[in-house]
Design a protein around this ligand. Structure first.
Ligand code: SER
Length: 312
């Protein structure tokens, strides 16, 4: 039987790129995009779309049945900086939307679910350099707490009910098609929008705030890679560390200057810097490499060149 794939949060930063790649791989009609917001007319014409609030369990159930969905990529979440401003709302969205779909999977209405975690699931007592797969996790943000709890719930549903849950701990993600919203790592996208227009950038993280990052094509490769891996290779059902490169704002600006020598950056540090300080600065993803052959392709330099080319 051919797969029918539902992507929740299809208009978001990851969803936009993921839907495009899945449609190329599985056929446009087999990938149902869904989001709170309708996409542009151009994107609407590219394949099926359903308006959905992932908190509405009944509406979600109807869409699963209508399209005979077999796999779900659940990309609905309130990101770290926004959730700090509305903690209970962030918790409710991130957790309730997860449970709505875990429950439908438990009742066997679909087979397989992807749910993303993040470097935000780590915390200030986690070893920051080369953060291992298995280590102290004491997240200090609502978003991070929801990601750690969600990881554990995904594993619980796998062990207890046999639900095929799979997940990755994304680093900060960099892309040009859709901007992120409300994250701590957003600066690494914003900076390119300025640099491409030959404008200066004011950075809200400190010069030495180093974070793991990844270019979107690699994030999509990892996401589809873990979903397509044979089940027996996916030995970890919380979430896998995945990494590509790490940099701080100074290092990113220096890379951009190799392409745009006149690019200037100054600093106006805000509360997001405190969030970043509690996150890893680099990631050990050897377990993902070993279990299901994860391997990133883009270096920092290649990413910078590609971002500037596409935004210019
Ligand atoms: N990029 C996200 C954020 O900054 C972390 O997963 O909130």
């Amino acid at each position: 039987m051919s797969e029918k794939i539902l992507v929740l949060g299809s208009s978001g930063q990851i969803g936009t790129d993921l839907v495009e790649t899945l449609r190329n791989n599985y056929g446009a009609d087999n990938v149902i995009a869904s989001d709170l917001r309708q996409p542009s007319a151009e994107r609407l014409a590219q394949g099926p779309f359903e308006t959905l609030n992932a908190l509405d369990a009944k509406a979600a159930f109807d869409i699963i049945k209508k399209h005979k969905v077999s796999q779900v990529y659940h990309l609905v979440a309130m990101l770290s900086a926004t959730a700090e401003k509305m903690p209970l709302k962030g918790w409710d969205l991130n957790m309730q939307s997860l449970f709505n779909f875990l429950e439908m999977a438990r009742e066997k209405h679909f087979k397989k679910m992807y749910w993303p975690s993040s470097i935000a699931a780590f915390g200030p007592n986690t070893p920051r350099d080369n953060t291992p797969q298995l280590t102290v996790m004491d997240p200090g943000t609502v978003y991070g707490i929801s990601k750690l709890a969600g990881e554990l719930w995904c594993e619980y549903y796998f062990k207890k009910y046999g639900v095929d849950t799979r997940g990755l701990r994304y680093p900060g993600l960099i892309s040009y098609k859709t901007e992120p919203g409300g994250g701590t790592t957003d600066y690494a996208v914003d900076i390119f929008h300025k640099a491409a227009k030959d404008q200066d950038y004011t950075c809200y993280l400190g010069a030495d705030s180093s974070l793991p990052m990844m270019y979107m094509p690699d994030a999509i490769k990892a996401t589809i890679g873990i979903m397509e891996a044979p089940a027996e290779q996916v030995k970890i059902r919380t979430s896998y560390n995945v990494g590509a490169f790490s940099f701080n704002p100074e290092e990113l600006a220096a890379s951009i200057r190799k392409e745009k020598p006149n690019f200037k950056m100054d600093y106006n540090i805000d509360s997001r810097n405190e969030i970043a300080k509690g996150w890893p600065s680099s990631i050990d993803d050897s377990v993902a490499r070993e279990h299901w052959n994860w391997q990133p392709e883009f270096s920092l330099e290649a990413m910078v060149k590609d971002m500037l080319k596409n935004l210019s």
